[in-house]
Write a protein that binds this ligand. Structure first.
Ligand code: VAH
Length: 310
């Protein structure tokens, strides 16, 4: 059985639905601290779980005969800066709880996402390599980098088959984002359709690596289904699809919503965005398990607007 922790979050909802499509509804147990997300209702088993409680998590793994865990629960970059020690505690202890139980129960596979937020001001900004200077300057990035090292440690020492992806900013219409710096790229679509106007909290020319959620979900599944012998990165793979700035996505939206207008009021999130790469070198993901993105800015914009207008 597969357990998704954080199943009601921006990634969790769509990942749970896709895993249920592939493995069958009864096989995938969705769990979260919050109540069941409307899109999950009626699609399979749901349990309330506080992943910070190792004992209740361990009991749940035994009761439901769990052999794989996807851990999506985390405090993201912007929220993390408001409460650094809480973000560190939640992001790290949840992972350590999962890795420890994976060792104690010899679980088959663990998925834990990292982020391009692991890169800091001293990392190369263009074609950021898989292995480079990594000095994260946000608590979220620090926790994701530390988590990558823990995943590699449990693989090397206890042979736990843990895998991960350094997600770029993710864009989706099905579920709400949760406190990220890249969330402007989701808000802009909602505002374009509701008010025709958007005030961006990042500057016009702030380029960031981005990915449409269908690509991110497919990448996660393809990574987890790849033969273990192909996986050469046990921290977390760089992965990319596109990069754009608020100015560029606004121009793309304007092609569909001519009256749309944007203005810029950078806030504290600008400093976070400025510390991150502009685009990512994901050649390891391409070479090891055949990664290939399918959505660019045009196709994503068209799909986002069409689905949000429904
Ligand atoms: C955030 N959406 O903004 C997340 C992600 C790379 C960005 O980690 O914090």
């Amino acid at each position: 059985k597969i357990l998704v922790v954080g199943a009601c979050g921006q990634i969790g909802v769509e990942l749970t639905l896709q895993l249920r499509k592939i493995h069958g509804e009864g096989v995938v147990i969705a769990s979260d601290l919050r109540e069941e997300h409307p899109l999950l209702k009626g699609t399979g088993p749901y349990v309330s779980l506080d992943i910070m409680n190792k004992e209740t998590f361990h009991v749940l793994v035994l009761r439901y005969n769990i052999t794989q865990v996807y851990l999506l629960a985390a405090i993201l970059s912007a929220t993390g800066e408001k409460n650094p020690t809480l973000a560190w505690h939640i992001n790290m202890q949840s992972l350590l709880n999962v890795l420890e139980v994976a060792k104690e129960e010899n679980l088959a596979k663990i998925y834990w996402p990292s982020s391009i937020a692991v890169f800091g001001p001293n990392s190369p900004k263009d074609n950021t390599p898989q292995h480079t200077i990594i000095e994260p300057s946000t608590v979220y990035g620090i926790s994701k980098y530390a988590g990558e090292r823990w995943c590699e440690y449990y693989f090397n020492r206890y042979k736990i088959d843990v895998r991960g992806l350094r997600y770029p900013g993710l864009i989706s219409y099905k579920s709400q984002p949760g406190g990220g710096t890249t969330d402007y790229a989701i808000e802009i679509f909602h505002d374009a359709l509701s008010s025709g106007q958007y005030t961006s909290f990042l500057k016009e020319d702030t380029y960031l690596p981005m990915m449409y959620m269908p690509d991110a979900i497919r990448a996660t599944i393809e990574l987890m289904e790849a033969d273990a012998s192909k996986i050469t990165i046990r921290s977390s793979y760089n992965i990319g699809a596109m990069s754009f700035s608020p100015g560029e996505i606004a121009a793309e939206i304007k092609k569909h919503v001519p009256e749309f207008s944007i203005n810029y009021k950078p806030d504290s999130r600008q400093n976070i965005a400025d510390s991150w790469p502009k685009n990512i070198d994901d050649s390891d993901a391409k070479n090891d398990w055949g990664w290939k993105p399918e959505f660019g800015i045009e196709r994503m914009t068209e799909d986002m607007l069409r689905n949000l207008q429904k």
